[in-house]
Design a binder for this molecule. Structure first.
Ligand code: PLP
Length: 407
């Protein structure tokens, strides 16, 4: 079923905003963060207006209500990604914290000097730096799957690296620069055959197409609420129960304990073992409303809409002289990074902003990937369910104006 984008746009108050002198906003920066529909904003406001209390601690009505709302979302998230149980859903602040949690708990206890972690050249800094920090501390070796000129992972290199018996393979489901959707299921299967565990960065995938962690057989899977219509400051780590159970806690404090003595403590059961301190309760409620909104539209429909829109944008952008798109138009998501002749990406973004169009310019937290392509920065347009063909036309118009100004 096609999406009714006009109706969807009207669900997002910010999309009715005008930028500068009455120019309507075209928001093409959803890979950085998505906009929020009124239902998400309302759910969070309603929580604060009627149910606000701390969770897991009180016996009064509000505390029970808040705890119920907070834990119901865990079931919703488990169902959304088809986890076996809500015990496998750990609340974090974002994808970045989810990856750091695995590095600092599973990584610290299970890796030893000389062990290998396989990453890729297309990773976001949040799937590089946590492993670099761990590698420096524990004297581990990091190996990298190379990226082809077409923006795909070189699977031959991947297979060769697996022959070195790495302990962990960690890579992104979809690149936030190239749009490439990696063959995750096949790569996880190969990793398991080689005896490695797998950590998948799902920051750009879970918001945009159906993800089934059991079908993928991922060991760990991370994503952020703010990129999927939910609030900032809230993220998810999925982990297989057996693995999470054997891992030590991440941070210490309230809620993550069963018993505390002056000199020792007994950790709580899953999932609370990893959730120290008062969490982001309203944000959990917001994510619940976001998932309801996404599911009402259907993740398959959202994926199809973005696929068709991206194809249209690819075709339109390819017609512009001196515009180079990074990545191949084949099994890709709605992220298009490009270069426009010798015009600096910041200038492109600034000129587009003058015409109400919000895109991103820079290295998009993927400096090594940009270095690989020999450029410091790109311009990036990214699409979501609320973007229309007219939005793409406005982008093309804006780019043509930038070209003319500098040409
Ligand atoms: N991984 C990818 C592929 C991303 O695109 C991003 C954010 O842009 C992240 C990880 C980090 O997400 P967050 O900043 O929400 O932790």
């Amino acid at each position: 079923m096609g999406l009714d984008v006009k109706k969807i746009k009207s669900d997002f108050p910010i999309l009715a905003r005008e930028i500068r002198n009455g120019i309507p906003l075209v928001y093409l920066d959803s890979a950085a963060t998505s906009q929020k529909p009124q239902v998400v904003i309302d759910a969070m406001t309603k929580y604060y207006q009627f149910s606000n209390a701390n969770i897991h601690r009180g016996v009064h009505t509000l505390a029970e209500e808040a705890t119920g709302m907070y834990e119901d979302v865990r079931k919703k998230v488990a169902n959304f990604i088809n986890a076996k149980s809500e015990k496998e859903i750990i609340y974090t602040r974002n994808t970045t914290e989810s990856i750091n949690l695995v590095a600092q708990t599973w990584g610290k206890t299970n890796l030893e000097e000389g062990d290998i972690i396989v990453l890729t050249e297309m990773e976001h800094h949040s799937n590089l730096v946590p492993w670099q920090m761990l590698a420096a501390e524990k004297h581990l070796n990091l190996e990298f799957v190379t990226v082809t000129d077409d923006g795909l992972l070189n699977l031959q290199v991947y297979k060769e690296l697996l022959e070195k018996s790495p302990k962990l393979v960690s890579f992104t489901h979809m690149s936030n620069v190239l749009g490439t959707i990696n063959p995750v299921k096949e790569m996880i299967n190969l990793a398991h055959q080689a005896g490695a565990l797998t950590m998948i960065d799902g920051a750009q995938s879970v918001p945009h197409f159906p993800v089934d962690v059991r079908d993928l057989d991922a060991d760990f899977y991370a994503f952020s609420a703010h990129k999927m219509l939910g609030p900032t400051g809230f993220g998810i780590l999925y982990g297989k129960e057996k693995l999470l159970d054997a891992m030590p806690p991440f941070m210490g404090g309230g809620d993550m304990i069963k018993k505390v003595l002056l000199r020792s403590f007994k950790p709580n059961d899953l999932p609370h073992k990893f959730e120290a301190g008062t969490p982001a309760i309203a944000e959990a409620v917001g994510l619940g409303a976001a998932i309801d909104y996404l599911q009402a539209l259907g993740m398959d429909n959202i994926a199809l809409h973005e696929h068709e829109l991206t194809n249209y944008a690819f075709q339109k952008l390819s017609e512009i002289e001196n515009l180079i798109i990074f990545g191949k138009n084949n099994n890709r998501g709605g992220v298009i990074a490009f270069e426009l002749g010798i015009i600096h990406p910041h200038d492109v973004a600034q000129i587009l902003d003058r015409h109400g169009i919000a895109i991103r310019a820079g290295h998009h937290c993927a400096m090594p990937l940009h270095e690989k392509f020999g450029i410091p920065a790109t311009s990036r347009a990214s699409f979501y369910l609320y973007n229309s063909y007219e939005d793409v036309d406005r982008l093309v118009e804006g780019i043509n104006i930038a070209s003319d100004l500098f040409g």
